[in-house]
Ligand binder design. Structure first.
Ligand code: ZN
Length: 461
């Protein structure tokens, strides 16, 4: 690094008490987006975030209505000629139940064992807080930021980001930037520094099989009609091959093959399958041959039955032929697969394997696009350099199995590359009781962010 950050680091030392108090205040706000009784709390949290950006010198600060929970927008655009970064995080949190499994109250944060314990301490208020304070460190210490920042923080991430796409589309012009930085991820197992570069997409479907208007007497009709429960089982049985690969024709046609370098990066990350088995109570790890656990999770598509039902499931016996039967089926998708094309292929295949005597349809429930940032993108490389300087280790490039809808939205609606930079430790218990955030990670994150803004100013994007 060419610049010195002594003044910025000194600012963090000097403000340690105030910073912690401010973080705890944010965590006391029960911003559970999914529950209407917390609507006022969610609103108050949006105001808290907006107010902080206003106080540290951001402009055009807005608590923007969306039809759901508001989106906080703020910008600082006085770094002439320097890159512009669109920064995304979310201020809503997951519900807390079951409450009796919490050893400390979820919205009365406790500092203990080097961690802060509270709902949202990690996901995602650690990053909301870090972005406020990293910007404040620059503005208070040097009177300016080295890059232009546009802040977008939403309150519906944990409940599906329902209004985000429309708001982004409606604000396309003012959201122009060089890239989008999403802070909602974390480090690798063992708290090893990591940058998430991949997220999987999704196509979620329901298969409906119908053969009659009402359930039929199995004595009168058995053997003379097709049984929808048998039929749905027969369809589901043909969706996958015995080795775990997916049997739908052309399913893998657009799949982007792993390069030797991709495979090296996967192999570099340590993974103990036995501890995965133990930790999650698995029978065993099983999957497609030719790929490692992490490759299957991050770089291969899936097809899974999420639920299957039909007919009588109560006590004792009921001799019927069910009128209808169903299965929920979802596919996780990776580069360069298309959700709609995949849906169409599954539909065609199901039609071709459906037994005679039933009506079969495949209905789309929802979808989402995958995201994959090239590791050699200069904004990714700059993030890696700053993480290495602060945490002392070259970060892993992680491909996650899950999805963050905002990532694909920024690419699709705004044409922006996406960098996912976050500092949460893997055992944060996000979405579960006893969520926590390591203060080391939070402080390291702050120091990384102030360096990142400078590094980007010196980078050709
Ligand atoms: Zn999150």
């Amino acid at each position: 690094m060419t610049s010195s950050f002594a003044d910025l680091d000194a600012f963090f030392d000097r403000t340690a008490d105030e910073r912690l108090a401010d973080y705890l205040e944010l965590l006391r706000l029960p911003s559970i987006g999914a529950q209407t009784e917390h609507e006022g709390d969610v609103r108050a949290t949006a105001e808290f975030v907006a107010d902080h950006f206003k106080r540290i010198g951001f402009e055009h600060v807005e608590v923007a209505p969306t039809g759901g929970h508001p989106i906080v927008y703020a910008d600082w655009l006085h770094a002439e000629g320097a890159p512009t970064v669109l920064v995304y995080a979310h201020y809503d949190v997951q519900p807390v139940d079951p409450l009796d499994l919490w050893t400390r109250p979820p919205f009365d944060p406790v500092v203990e064992s080097g961690r802060v314990w509270a709902r949202g301490a990690a996901d995602d208020k650690s990053h909301v807080h870090a972005h406020i304070w990293a910007a404040r460190a620059w503005l208070e210490t040097r009177g300016k930021l080295p890059v232009n920042l546009k802040i977008v923080m939403e309150g519906e991430e944990e409940s599906g980001s329902e209004h985000l796409d429309a708001w982004i589309a409606a604000n396309r012009d003012r959201l122009q930037a060089n890239f989008a930085l999403i802070s909602d991820t974390g480090f690798y197992e063992g708290n090893k520094p990591a940058i998430t570069v991949g997220l999987r997409g999704l196509i979620y479907m329901q298969i409906d099989v119908t053969a009659s208007k009402v359930d039929l007497h199995s004595g009168s009709f058995g053997g003379n009609v097709q049984n929808p429960a048998n039929a749905v089982a027969s369809i589901v049985a043909k969706l996958k091959n015995d080795d775990g690969s997916i049997a739908v024709p052309h399913f893998y046609d657009e799949w982007r093959a792993l390069t030797p370098r991709d495979r090296e990066e996967f192999a570099r990350m340590p993974l103990d399958e036995n501890s995965v088995i133990h930790e999650h109570g698995l029978h065993s790890v099983w999957g497609e041959p030719g790929f490692s656990f992490l490759e299957r999770r991050g770089a291969r598509p899936t097809l899974d039955v999420n639920g299957i039902w039909g007919g009588y499931q109560g006590e004792g016996s009921k001799t019927i032929i069910p009128a209808h039967a169903h299965a929920k089926v979802s596919c996780r998708l990776v580069a360069d697969m298309d959700p709609d094309k995949t849906l169409q292929r599954v539909r065609d295949y199901v039609a071709s394997i459906a037994p005679p005597g039933v009506d079969v349809s495949v209905v789309k429930i929802n979808d989402g696009m995958w995201s994959l940032t090239p590791t050699d993108h200069p904004a990714t490389q700059a993030a890696a350099a700053c993480i290495e300087e602060v945490f002392g280790e070259r970060p892993y490039y992680l491909r996650e199995g899950g999805s963050i809808p905002a990532a694909a939205t920024f690419t699709r609606e705004l044409g922006l590359p996406v960098v996912l930079l976050g500092f949460i430790q893997p055992d944060d218990q996000a979405h579960a009781p006893n969520e926590s955030m390591r203060l080391d990670n939070l402080h390291g994150g702050l120091r990384t962010l102030v360096r990142y803004w400078q590094k980007l100013a010196e980078t050709a994007l």
